[in-house]
Each structure stands twice: as structure tokens, then as C-alpha cells.
Design a protein around this ligand. Structure first.
Ligand code: SAH
Length: 442
């Protein structure tokens, strides 16, 4: 075949796509079809466990037998994902007879359609065909993906008159309406989701979890939005390396430098988010770990919503799980702990404002993960022991987890507070109490 392929974006939502074969190739192809909303009919005597799980979940129709001509009834597209060239050729001949495009894993030159190598960036999909050479396509795709992650993203974030909440060309806008804060809070993306108001366009806010400390532990979406930001409002616990890579024209607000007490400072942060967004900026509020784990993310979301600013939330890898993991401690382990509880140690156990039932926590057998707990660690461990947790329960403290400065201390519940003082451990640190501390010891 010498002529060039003609590229198309197939809109498969609700349309029948037949996949023949249930092995490794089908396993790789099916997710993108489901993501496109296709009505997938999978014809194969056997499925890989991953495909089986999707079939069991009702995400696709599985016909547990070999291909039969009537399987093509109503199909818009066929993907042949079997090795047997004779069987593949007969499917593809039947498809051609019915004018159904057919992708063939076994013989690209015989196929009537090729699947490109793809990279997606929010609403933008880049599809690369390598002239029949999939490796060439992937190499080019990888280069484009890197380029987009670093550059084009900034173009995407620049407000332009033709981009508004109602005119996002490739999908529904991601607008959070003030009266329904939960509805769109965790939507796939915010690109192009600013709302038009009167004369000017307003921007939007993304509450992004930065992960526990290692800059590589931010999510792919979080990283992309960060590269698109006009304004970044960062917490103290945010990995510095992430901020080093911001474009020079990005306004960086260091939220930890805001004076006043904590509640006034929070109001100030809310105001900065809202003001900048109302002025048209795309604001990324970058928060350590996960935005909703002791991160006051909910307050910021409500403040934006109250001001009519569209806001999205990007979850993060929380230190409550990642810090123990970085010290070789799984928060659950078969036969050791069937629960883990994350609790703030910010207030002393006897503080009137404390919402934590330490007496009840003392009765749990599983893992207790205490954040912000160093200052009150002596009182916390005393209270847990007084209410029945055995004094010899293993305990560990992980300081600055996943960073180059990480320190780990292993102890027991009755000794951990004194050991922390002796070792001069400092915040940020996570305290883990429970038998999981030794679960992976050799
Ligand atoms: N939203 C954050 C937690 C904010 S509260 C998250 O999901 O991780 C701040 C507390 O988190 C710190 O006092 C400390 O207990 C914990 N913490 C955050 N990052 C940490 C790190 N890298 N190592 C150890 N503890 C950390």
C-alpha cells in the first residue's frame, strides 16, 4: 500500500466495535475503546484476567466462543487481535464485504485501518502513524508527549476569546457551579473550563496534591496542570524541585510565608485564589500530599465555589500511606493488619477542641497513622496505653519521607516519644503504630 492513510478521529460513543481475540493485544486495545465510550463486543473463547474483570463488571459484552459472521452485525469497526493469520484473514474479508474498517494485529499491510500511537493531554489527543512501522510511531509520539508536557500546555492555558465553558470543542466543560460544589469537583480536567462573565473571562483554580515530597510522586495530571498554570500558590510541604521547573513568567505565591495566624492566613489564601481566578488566571493551588487529607482543601474549594470560580481537584499521594511505605512499612499486611486509621495529632488528646476518640483508637488492633503528631507524641502514646493498647506495640517515625533528608526511627509505643526527642526528629513526620512496623522484617 503506497498511498497515505487518511487520519480521522472516530467518535465511537455508543457505537458497536467488535474485538476478535481475548489475549494480550486485545487487553491493550480494549481500554481505549471503552474510554471512547464504544459498545465493545469481545469475541474470544478465553479472556485474560484483565479483560475478564471488565466483562464481569459489565463494561463490555463477551461472546465466549470463536468468531462467527453474525458478530459483525451492527459494527462500525473491527479489531482483529488474534495470531492465527487464516482466521484473521477471514474476519477481515467479511468486514471488507460489509464495508467495516478492520484493524489487524497480525498483518498491518492487510488491514483497512491502523491504530496510531497516542498521547493525550486533557482535551487534546495526538495520534501518530508511522507509515506502517509502529515503533517509529511510538518514538515520534514519545517526543511529542515530552514536548507537550513541557510547552504546548502553556499555550493551552492562555485565555483566548474562543475558549469558554460552553465552547470547549472536545467535550463537556468542567465548571463547578457554586450551588453544587461536589458535582464537578473531581472532574477529569479543567482545561478550557473558564467561564465567561460580562466583558472579561474568569480563570479557574485547580487544587493539586503534590505528593509526599519526591517530585516524581505528583500525578501525571497534577504535573500537567502545573505546567499550564499562570499562578501557583504553594504550601510549605510542596517539593521544591517542582517549583524550580515553573516557567519564569509564572507568579509563585508561597503560602507558608503569609503572615498572621493560621485562620487569617487561610482566608488570605482563599482570597488570593479567588482574586487571581476572577482576574482571568489559571491558578494551581499546590498542596502537600493529598489536598483533602488535613490539607484544608475543602475550605478552599468552598471559597472558590462561593465566588463562582470553576475549580477542579487533583488527588495526591498522601504521606499517611507513602511515608510508612518509604520506610518499608505497609499500612496493611495479610494476617497482620486489616485496617489503618489516619488521625491528626495536632491537638493534644485532652484538648477540648479535639474530635478524636483516642480511647476508641486504643482499642483497635490495626495500624494507626498519626500526622502532625510529634509535639503531642508523649501525651498520645500515654493515652493509647492507658486505654489498652499494649506498651510494646511497635511504633515508627518517618521524617521527611521520600526526600533525600528522610529519617526513620523504630521503637515501641511506650518509648517512641523519648526516642524521638533523643534522635532530635522534627516535623514533618508521620508516626506509625502497629505490628505492620515489623511486617516486612526478614
Ligand atoms: N495533605 C498532606 C498532609 C498535610 S498535614 C498529605 O496528604 O500528606 C501535614 C503533615 O503531614 C505533617 O505534619 C506530617 O505529619 C505529614 N507529612 C507530610 N509530608 C510528609 C513527609 N514527606 N514525611 C513525613 N510526614 C509528612
Amino acid at each position: 500500500m503506497t498511498s497515505n492513510p487518511y487520519p480521522l478521529g472516530l467518535r465511537l460513543h455508543g457505537r458497536r466495535v467488535v474485538v476478535v481475540g481475548g489475549g494480550a493485544v486485545a487487553t491493550r486495545r480494549v481500554p481505549a475503546l471503552l474510554d471512547a465510550g464504544a459498545d465493545v463486543l469481545l469475541v474470544a473463547p478465553e479472556l485474560t484476567p484483565a479483560l475478564r474483570a471488565r466483562a464481569d463488571a459489565g463494561r463490555l459484552h463477551w461472546v465466549p466462543r470463536r468468531f462467527a459472521p453474525e458478530d459483525l452485525d451492527g459494527a462500525w469497526l473491527v479489531q482483529v487481535a488474534i495470531d492465527d493469520p487464516i482466521a484473521a484473514a477471514s474476519v477481515s474479508a467479511l468486514a471488507a464485504e460489509r464495508r467495516i474498517f478492520c484493524v489487524r494485529a497480525d498483518d498491518r499491510s492487510a488491514a483497512t485501518a491502523w491504530t496510531p500511537a497516542v498521547t493525550r493531554h486533557g482535551p487534546v489527543t495526538v495520534a501518530v502513524l508511522g507509515g506502517g512501522d509502529p515503533r517509529r510511531a511510538m518514538t515520534v509520539r514519545d517526543a511529542i508527549r515530552d514536548l507537550l508536557a513541557a510547552r504546548l500546555s502553556s499555550v493551552a492555558a492562555t485565555p483566548t476569546p474562543d475558549r469558554s465553558a460552553t465552547s470547549t470543542p472536545d467535550g463537556p466543560g468542567a465548571v463547578l457551579t457554586p450551588d453544587r460544589p461536589g458535582a464537578a469537583a473531581l472532574n477529569p480536567d479543567g482545561v478550557g473550563a473558564g467561564a465567561a462573565t460580562g466583558g472579561g473571562r474568569i480563570g479557574r483554580v485547580a487544587l493539586v496534591g503534590s505528593g509526599p515530597g519526591d517530585p516524581e510522586l505528583i500525578t501525571v495530571r497534577g504535573w500537567r496542570l502545573l505546567t499550564e498554570a499562570d499562578v501557583v500558590v504553594a504550601d510549605r510541604l510542596v517539593p521544591g524541585l517542582l517549583l524550580d521547573e515553573l516557567r519564569p513568567d509564572v507568579e509563585l505565591v508561597d503560602a507558608s510565608k503569609i503572615p498572621y495566624g493560621p485562620s487569617r492566613a487561610q482566608e488570605e489564601i482563599n482570597e488570593i485564589l479567588v482574586d487571581r481566578a476572577l482576574a482571568g488566571a489559571f491558578v494551581v493551588r499546590l498542596k502537600g500530599g493529598d489536598p483533602y487529607v488535613f490539607g484544608r482543601g475543602g475550605e478552599e474549594l468552598l471559597a472558590c465555589a462561593a465566588a463562582g470560580v470553576p475549580v477542579t481537584v487533583v488527588p495526591g499521594v498522601t504521606s499517611s500511606i507513602a511515608a510508612p511505605a518509604a520506610a518499608g512499612i505497609p499500612v496493611t499486611h495479610r494476617g497482620v493488619a486489616h485496617e489503618f486509621t489516619v488521625v491528626s495529632g495536632h491537638l493534644a488528646p485532652d484538648a477540648p477542641a479535639s474530635l478524636v476518640r483516642w480511647d476508641a483508637l486504643a482499642g483497635l488492633r490495626g495500624t494507626l497513622v498519626i500526622l502532625m503528631g510529634l509535639k503531642n507524641l508523649a501525651a498520645i502514646s500515654r493515652t493509647l496505653i492507658a486505654h489498652g493498647r499494649p506498651p510494646q506495640t511497635p511504633a515508627a517515625v518517618v521524617q521527611e519521607a521520600t526526600t533525600g533528608a528522610q529519617r526513620v526511627l523504630r521503637s515501641t509505643l511506650d518509648a517512641v516519644a523519648a526516642d524521638v526527642l533523643a534522635a532530635d526528629l522534627r516535623p514533618p513526620a508521620v508516626v506509625v503504630v502497629g505490628d505492620v512496623v515489623h511486617a516486612l522484617d526478614g
